[in-house]
Design a protein around this ligand. Structure first.
Ligand code: S3P
Length: 178
């Protein structure tokens, strides 16, 4: 682990539908950490839904709000930070998170992601004529960014409980070896 890092938080990154929010809540419970979700922080700060921000102001405006939230998180301690799926594409976001958090990516295949999100409708990027193709396209584009995480956990064949234990284990290991 690079020594310019002071790991006091755990951040989950990964594509939509990989379980960041559900696993994040369980991990936070295990560690006795506060749970924060960047999408929720944006919604609370603006009083608007993510769908509304995308529709009214466009994606660049949403990304600017995301960047602001990441900067505000730099002062946190003992926090589980669950992030929106597109957040690590802006390199400074990942650099900032890595200064204070172990960054764990939850990975899933496009097929599994589709299985998990096909009955949900709150993600503007998947309001596409062919959402399945959109998942393939976005995941291929984002893979190099997700792979910059400290730890990659494949969620395809694991239960939420197993993923939670993996993440907790990796975090405790990182704390003991920094
Ligand atoms: C996005 C993922 C969403 C949310 C927004 C954009 C993305 O969060 O931030 O709809 O670009 O992948 P989840 O990953 O929590 O669904």
């Amino acid at each position: 682990m690079q020594n310019d890092r002071n790991i006091v938080n755990l951040a989950l990154i990964g594509f939509m539908g990989t379980g960041k929010t559900s696993v994040g809540r369980l991990v936070a419970e295990h560690l006795g950490y506060e749970f924060l979700d960047t999408d929720e922080l944006i919604q609370t700060a603006t009083g608007r839904s993510i769908t509304d921000i995308f529709a009214q102001d466009g994606e660049p405006a949403f990304r600017a709000l995301e960047q602001r939230v990441v900067q505000e998180l730099a002062g946190r301690r003992h926090t589980l930070i669950s992030t929106g799926g597109g957040l690590p594409l802006h390199a400074p976001n990942l650099t900032s998170l890595k200064q204070h958090a172990l960054v764990v990516c939850l990975w899933a295949s496009p097929e599994k992601i589709w299985e998990r999100v096909c009955h949900q409708s709150h993600r503007p990027l998947l309001h596409a004529p062919d959402p399945r193709a959109k998942i393939h396209e976005l995941l291929a584009l984002r893979e190099p960014f997700y792979k910059q995480a400290d730890v990659l956990v494949n969620t395809d064949l694991r239960t939420m409980r197993e993923v939670t234990h993996q993440v907790v284990h990796q975090y405790r290991y990182a704390l003991n070896h920094q």
